[in-house]
Design a protein around this ligand. Structure first.
Ligand SMILES: *Cc1c(COP(=O)(O)O)cnc(C)c1O
Length: 353
């Protein structure tokens, strides 16, 4: 009963914040029967691959409900965002913009050289939805330098649009700012409510793929608001540079203060699993491919090679090493990324043997 009251009280913290409806919530939460039998541990899944509004949903829709809520409240017409050429975030931004009557502009960095003759994966979806797409080739293969070039190009375009009287709203890579982080603080509360409704589900561990860190920051903020003990295991996909933990905890702290909470979060509460990133971002490796195939063959559920397959490999690896205590309940938060399966082959790897 106490918990019900706490949830009710915390949900009210979101009430005054601008927000738009984009997805189908709550997303399904259930036990993966075959995988649980396979490993001898109860493994659950939170299906944020099914956030909607299109077939290729994902975690960014939750952030976009708040980000585009703010954009709408400011009267923006154009939405500018950044990512890799196969960015799930960019594609979900385009999808959300189309639903809301906003105009999407993308600045995408080619880490893996995109096929621009036969558009693939998320880039194909962006084309079908007629987003304005600018592709930036990194000069030295360095992501930060390329992002600088992308921002400069965008700045020029924004200047032009604003001279025509159009209001532009910029969203950072992955939607990872304070406003976007609210999406996953709210998602944590959604999970808490689902667990309350089904007393059999008492999750001890949450595994998820971490990239720009907004998902993790939001989950940590939500956990803090409820004072929960659950262990959150974020799995790096090749983007966690030095200082990552500090940035994530700062983001979580800012989200808490926007909600009017006085809770404090320390950097040491952010612990990232970095052993399952493989050779690098957008590069598959045997453990991630094996995890992807095992889930597909046991449960008929797909994950994407760039993010979710690596997080799943960490979960399976930890179970096999005995790092998950017997009798525990483990949640895999499926953050989406299915369109990555139809991207350039370097990103997908060998999945058919
Ligand atoms: C962006 C993304 C993530 C990581 O989320 P962040 O908030 O950027 O850390 C995980 N999985 C998928 C499929 C994503 O597209």
């Amino acid at each position: 009963m106490d918990r019900e009251q706490a949830l009710f009280r915390i949900k009210k913290l979101f009430a005054g914040l601008p927000r738009v409806d984009l997805g189908f919530f709550p997303t399904p939460l259930y036990k993966l029967q075959n995988i649980s039998t396979h490993f001898g541990v109860d493994i659950y899944m939170k299906r944020d691959d099914l956030t909607g509004p299109g077939l290729f949903g994902g975690n960014k829709i939750r952030k976009l409900e708040f980000l585009l809520g703010e954009a709408k409240s400011l009267g923006a017409e154009y939405i500018i965002t950044y990512g890799a050429t196969q960015s799930n975030h960019a594609m979900q931004t385009v999808t959300a913009c189309r639903k809301l009557g906003l105009k999407p502009l993308l600045y995408l960095i080619s880490i893996v050289t995109p096929d621009t003759v036969n558009y693939r994966g998320n880039l194909l979806i962006n084309k079908i939805m007629d987003a304005e797409v600018h592709i930036i080739t990194p000069p030295t293969g360095n992501m930060e330098g390329a992002l600088g070039l992308a921002r400069d190009a965008a700045k020029q375009r924004i200047k032009e649009l604003e001279a025509e009287g159009c209001l532009c709203y910029e969203i950072p890579v992955g939607g990872a700012n304070t406003i976007g982080t609210l999406g996953f603080a709210s998602a944590y509360l959604e999970l808490a409510e689902q667990m309350l409704q089904d007393s059999n589900i008492n999750i001890d561990y949450i595994y998820h793929a971490t990239g720009t860190g907004g998902t993790l920051a939001g989950l940590l903020a939500g956990k803090k608001l409820l004072g929960d003990e659950v262990k959150i295991i974020p799995v790096d996909v090749g983007l966690a540079t030095p200082g990552y933990e500090k940035e994530v905890s700062k983001l979580a702290q800012e989200a808490l203060s926007i909600m009017g909470s006085k809770e404090e979060l320390s950097d040491s509460e952010v612990k990232v699993e970095k052993a399952y990133a493989g050779p690098g971002y957008e590069e598959p490796f045997p453990a991630s491919n094996d995890a992807l195939k095992l889930l597909a063959r046991e449960e008929g559920i797909l994950v994407g090679p760039v993010y979710t397959a690596k997080a799943l490999a960490a979960l399976f690896g930890h179970v096999q090493e005995g790092r998950i205590k017997r009798g525990s309940k483990v949640l895999f938060w499926h953050t989406g990324g299915i369109a990555e399966l139809f991207a350039e082959s370097e990103m997908v790897g060998m999945l058919y043997d």
